[in-house]
Design a protein around this ligand. Sequence first.
Ligand code: GTR
Length: 412
Amino acid sequence: VMVMQVAWSQAEANYDESKVPDFELPDPLKTFNGKKIRNSKKWTKKGRQELLDFFTENVYGEVPGELKIASAQIVEQSENALNGKAKRRQVELTFKKGNRNLHFFILMYLPKSVEKAPVFLGYNFYGNHTITEDVNVIISEAWSRDNPSFGIINNQLTEQSRGVRTNRWAIEKMIDAGIGLATIYYGEVDPDKDDFTDGVHPFFYVDNQQQPAASEWGSISAWSWGLSRALDYFETYSEVDENKVIVFGHSRLGKTSLWAGASDERFAGVISNCSGCGGAALSKRKFGETVGRINSSFPHWFCKNFRNFNNNEEALPVDQHELLALIAPRPLYVASAEEDQWADPKGEFLSAFYASKVYDLFDKKGITSDKMPAVNEPIQNTVSYHIRTGKHDVTDFDWEQYINWAKEQVLK
Ligand code: GTR
């Protein structure tokens, strides 16, 4: 029934460019008071800060406190993974507060050729063991959404799903380029369901609190928090270069990588793959998925305050190009897929284009034309964009572009 509902609503959405409402996009180079921002210093001190505050309190939600890594343990490793191509590390991070415990595992494949490796850091949807055929990858015990086609039933990950998502992770291409991969099962940080009693949220409850306050974190913000904790770990870990961590995510996890990159300036680069509504796509276009739709299908992703803009995008004093601008001057890659109209590829492109104004302040080249490039013809600058043929997915084509851009724009 749930699936039917989603399909029905996706069909109901607006996909007609002529029905996109007239809207005015806020200028990232103007403060909320209408003052012009003329240089990068003013941007960083004033414009960026007030936008960051707005997105924190009204879109993704603030993290209500601090929770540091209690222990980090390499629980499994090999110097000869992937047919001798890479080193493999599996690290368990533990967090404790009172009698609560949270654990998540970082699976790493690192190139042998580099002592301190740059890495792509990104969550996976169905467990670390799904991203590779490697039989040594530990199967997560955390709750998972059922997916009978992967043999996932009763919310349990099993051997049957090993390797089912290898198509989304071009690990060997990364390793050949001298870049490692670090991945985490997102369900270990916060299970992806409308339930605030599990995952990291309850660590900060006071008395009998049952859920975060209206300005406090939803799941996207919780997942972003986890990425920042992985980065904390890399700061202590000699085999990863903590100054060269590129955060990556697809779809809801692309919304997450954008928020992680915006809220934590230590990330050296940010990739949004088909992130759509509440990610790279402009909300005010109301094309494909909308704010009202996303907040009703996924009530736990954003903070409650974001619901004030359900069917009311006009009232938003910001739009998602300003989320992208928060990442400036660091390299940013936004990618879409032609058949992923639900995520509004044009809205994702325009968002990258309008964010580029802020990159200009730093003399960094962004997207210089408001004409979308042809499919499979990437534009690669400090701000990069491509739309590829095909569906809502992550493909080898996507990774080839990300690797090329990483080498040119992030790691040089
Ligand atoms: C869809 C949702 C999108 C996107 C996607 C995904 O159902 O409407 O916003 O996040 O899920 O994560 O695959």
